[in-house]
Write a protein that binds this ligand. Structure first.
Ligand code: HEC
Length: 180
């Protein structure tokens, strides 16, 4: 027989240690949940960054029926890009026509080149930008810059051969991009 006094004290001991155990366990859970949330947040962040990077490089594209990369645009966005393309061709056409003249109208040639520079940098909405693959953006931007430089060169009465050289470096990019 145990002395009567020791029983409650033992019970109390058990109770307190049990409660302590419970407490330990719940704070352990808490820590684990914190860690899971933390890892999930980091993973989500990584996925977001990778996806954003992937879209930045690949754009919103599919493989076209002829093997080239198809950029998936809304009809209005497509119209905008194609309108810029036709404008580019007009610029190339206008400058070549001018070069063929014995007395070219430099002012007009310059304006044609200026009008032809792609408006990508200023006008193209972010919604379109996101869908364009990286090489498209890079080549588009470089054409934009070179058209501006061409207009400047015409204004400064650069030699026709130099003008042609500038043009051919651009038309090489026209065809390269169209083949992608
Ligand atoms: C950054 C890529 C890129 C560059 C650079 C580029 N194009 Fe285009 N162009 C396209 C795409 C994409 C199309 C859509 C048609 C296709 O190839 O399937 C297109 C279509 C066109 C069209 C057809 C427009 C229409 O209404 O259907 C013309 C004309 C054109 N480009 C002219 C040019 C000229 C001229 C240049 C160079 C001064 C040029 N492009 C440079 C990507 C480019």
């Amino acid at each position: 027989m145990l002395p009567p006094l020791t029983v409650p004290s033992l019970q109390r001991k058990l109770q307190t240690s049990g409660a302590q155990g419970l407490l330990d366990e719940s704070s352990g859970h808490h820590e684990m949940m914190k860690q899971i949330v933390c890892v999930a947040a980091v993973m989500l962040w990584v996925v977001t960054v990778v996806a954003a990077g992937w879209f930045f490089v690949k754009g919103w594209t599919a493989k076209g029926s002829d093997g080239r990369t198809e950029i998936l645009l809304a009809p209005a966005e497509r119209d905008q890009i194609l309108a810029e393309m036709r404008q580019l061709l007009k610029a190339v056409d206008g400058v070549i026509r001018g070069l063929a003249e014995t007395k070219p109208d430099l002012k007009q040639m310059e304006e044609t080149a200026r009008a032809g520079r792609m408006h990508m940098a200023e006008d193209v909405q972010p919604a379109i930008m996101v869908k364009l693959p990286l090489p498209f953006k890079q080549m588009g931007m470089s054409i934009h810059k070179d058209m501006d430089a061409l207009a400047d060169a015409i204004a400064q009465n650069e030699a026709p051969q130099q003008i042609l050289k500038r043009l051919s470096s651009m038309t090489a990019r026209c065809t390269a991009c169209h083949d992608m």
